[in-house]
Write a protein that binds this ligand. Structure first.
Ligand code: SF4
Ligand code: URA
Length: 236
């Protein structure tokens, strides 16, 4: 084996090791059943989170608790993704495409959000994506404060309590205000972690804003790098 082959083999082996669960290197025969039990418990917990999200959403399929329930929505658009995600994105509310397809962030803003998530080395399936209000506001207007607060209490806060993400990235002013308070300005809070109920919240610009102001994509990318570094730190 020449030096190049050896280096390649070493790199492959290191990458294999990195993919293994914590403690992999140290498992002896006695520890293996303990690790297997731990993995099984995690699988059970995963199923439990997904079931809890389904059970929660099930109660709100025909929700009319706020005015958006009777202003022309096609369907209630629930959050989507991994029910035990460590990273969660929260947007404002469904637009036309989301209202028709029944999934969050699937239109133009959604495509950009997907690109951002993939540039972070993640996938939409490995994070959780939700909105403050689950029904499309007419003409895509900003949700009114009573709509935001009603839907937040009925769904968003409960989703967060089930998923327990380590980091929540709020996209734009509506999501940032919904979690951090009405007086929070997106321009002042953007790019900084705030501790909120035991979770770190990092506000950034909404992808729709980036479509209008492409130069700010760079700013958002700096924010995403902060999230990646923090996730690595929290998972170390
Ligand atoms: Fe219910 Fe939320 Fe839809 Fe309002 S926006 S009707 S609270 S699901
Ligand atoms: N904008 C949002 O805030 N949420 C979506 O789901 C789509 C666009």
């Amino acid at each position: 084996m020449n030096a190049e082959e050896l280096a390649k083999k070493r790199a492959n082996y290191l990458s294999f090791l990195k993919k293994q669960p914590k403690g992999f290197l140290y498992l002896d025969e006695k520890q293996k059943p303990v690790a297997a039990k731990h993995a099984a418990k995690n699988a059970d917990e995963r199923a439990k989170n997904a079931d809890e999200i389904d059970a929660l959403n099930c109660n709100y399929r025909d929700c009319t608790a706020c005015p958006l329930g009777s202003q022309g929505r096609t369907q209630v658009v629930f959050g989507k993704g991994l029910a035990e995600a460590t990273l969660m994105f929260v947007g404002e509310g469904p637009g036309k495409d989301e209202d028709l397809q029944g999934a969050p962030f699937v239109g133009r803003s959604g495509k950009l959000l997907t690109q951002i998530i993939e540039a972070m080395g993640l996938s939409r399936e490995s994070v959780y994506i939700s909105n403050v209000v689950k029904c499309r506001p007419p003409e895509n207007r900003t949700p009114l404060p009573n709509e935001s607060s009603t839907c937040k209490d009925l769904l968003l806060l409960k989703e967060i309590a089930i998923i327990k993400p380590k980091i929540i990235c709020t996209l734009g002013a509506t999501a940032t205000k919904a979690l951090l308070g009405d007086e929070t300005k997106i321009t002042a809070s953007r790019g900084m972690f705030v501790e909120w109920n035991g979770t770190l919240v990092l506000p950034t610009y909404h992808p729709a804003y980036l479509l209008r102001n492409p130069a700010e994509k760079r700013t958002v990318w700096e924010d995403m790098k902060k999230i990646m570094a923090k996730l690595a730190e929290l998972e170390a």
